[in-house]
Design a protein around this ligand. Sequence first.
Ligand code: TYC
Length: 102
Amino acid sequence: RPDDDGEAGLAVATKPKTKRPPMYKVLLLNDDFTPMEFVVMVLERFFGLNHSQAFELMLTVHKKGLAVAGVFSYEIAETKVTQVMQLAREHQHPLQCTMEKE
Ligand code: TYC
């Protein structure tokens, strides 16, 4: 019973619920075979990073094992993952890209 004044006769206000859509992190995973330049190109092409940002993020993945390439709505995140996985497959690189709810 929202806004019920209950036994004590006191009205209790409810918060106006403005639900933001859930956001998804797109993760890039390290491997031993995908060329560094390919990963940099992927980050420039699909994640809108400039060359130095892309190089820096690629190195973070290389050193730490994974990194967040971007945060998007479900549909956009899913599209990014599909694009990366398809290009990697076409070039026969084992690069892995996944998404995870924030
Ligand atoms: N570790 C790869 C190499 O040494 C480079 C690499 C970086 C691969 C990031 C995947 O997501 C990746 N060639």
